[in-house]
Design a protein around this ligand. Sequence first.
Ligand code: SAT
Ligand code: MN
Length: 598
Amino acid sequence: MKFENKPLTNNEYVLNWIEECAALTNPDRIVWIDGSEKQIDELRAEACKTGEMIKLNQELLPDCYLHRTAVNDVARVEARTFICTKKKEDAGNINNWIAPRECYKTLKKLYKNSMVGKTMYVIPYAMGQLGSEFAKYGVELTDSIYVVLNMVIMTRAGEAVGKYLDESFIKGLHATGTLDPDNRYICHFPEDKTIWSVNSAYGGNVLLGKKCFALRIASFLGKTEGWMAEHMLILGLQSPDGEIKYVGAAFPSACGKTNLAMLVPPEYYRKKGYKVWCVGDDIAWLRVGSDGRLWAINPENGFFGVAPGTNEKSNPNALAATRSGTIFTNVCHDLDTNTVWWEGLNDRPPKHAINWKGEPWDYRKYDKADKINTSGAHPNSRFTAPAKNCPCVSDKFDDPAGVPLSAIIFGGRRAKTAPLVYQSFSWQHGTFVGSIMASETTAAAAGAIGVVRRDPMAMRPFVGYDMGDYWKHWLDMGKKIPNPPKIFHVNWFRTDDEGNFIWPGFGDNMRVLKWILDRCDGKVGAKRTAIGYVPKVTDINLEGLKLKRKTLKELLSIDTESWKADIANIKEFYALVGKRVPKRLYKELEKLEQRLDK
Ligand code: SAT
Ligand code: MN
């Protein structure tokens, strides 16, 4: 096999696999990604030459680039995502499934000669800190420079990874192919530690370290190895005495994980000395520590955040993180300044601009009801920014041991049913609360937007095995954690009758976090209700906020009728998940029904 540069491993198993993939895809060149600045610069230059990327104003946005994906390739495609276990029942009813042998056969036809005239890049990468007990390793083969440059930001990639590669590595093969949406496949073979992705070039479908490895494959590994891979941000809340408590929070895609992870406390709290530190904004790997607590690491090395709505007020930390070394995808290009813009950045849309589709854009034609066709930036446009750029990145970010969690928070977008916050009665009940999570859909995945769907633990698109088994794993883990985090549920998205959000959200979510951590410390009481412990109206601090106690009361109220109506939907969902739903969860459901009837 001809490598254009020195291979970064001598491991025969790894080299044989690369050879097999090269024989199938037939690239003109094979290049190892060592991650050196020189190599990255050359790749950026090449991508700019071919038009794959646009170099932005280097004075205002040093080392920043813009990329546009194909118009039909702008989000994860769940309908084209498959878990290919040998037995269908191991993938479960929620996942799409194809038998591995059949899937390999179908995809081989699509991969065949797909890299003729192209370069195959070999990206060795780690999820987690190199050399740590928590870390796992992978190699992604891809024909896309965009993928290479994103992976170098999102993971710890390059030369240093070489010595860790052995037979346990995760094999990832990505070919851009023809981008034919009907032949787009994102396939996972957990039993073979393999990921095959073809005919897409959009982030979540092709940055194989992220959802494919760090959630789908990792959740599968976690079940067998006794740990958990979750769709969670990790943040640390520092109190005035300097103590930092850590929280993991699972929300569906595009529901504000990045904003919460980088929260700036309201002035009232800031003045007292409260501060939030970001450990991660999307994925957490959780293990039981020798001290009996649940410890979390963020296996990633960067942020792949939603651009629209990010601004100086909503998330100054994320915005700061994007001011250098960042790749923007599908945002609006301001031709006057050669910078980028998106809806919600500010109220000064560029006068001479190119929209996310690559067409001249007239901001005056923007129509909220038809965002996809009239906005400058796609609603799911993204920034890929190095974590180190974030002003509030935690000093534990690189700590191989991670951080101990005091609380786990589940949340979704619910206009009505869920109150602002409630606490589960126990780990078991908390697992139930996670299993019945529901949220209105967003632009992060292809399909209708704003439809309520059940999204357990925000993991519906990301569990690499049967959902019932996944819940069982949660229950089993609870028995193994002597000092487990307390489990809460939040909903920042409750609306009034006109559809306006009632809770201000963003920095003010700190007020809810504070109640949560005070509960963990036993410092504050609560009201026991049918669904869990709810704050007393006087226990959420509203200092410095123009919100009436009456409104807060409404935010904390439980609409028994809508909960009862939800029960039928939960039952339907459990039935859909099927035979492997743990009895314990049915028991919790029954108890909830009884409490609601009282
Ligand atoms: O597109 S990604 O899957 O990487 C981001 C997300 O949907 O959370
Ligand atoms: Mn996500």
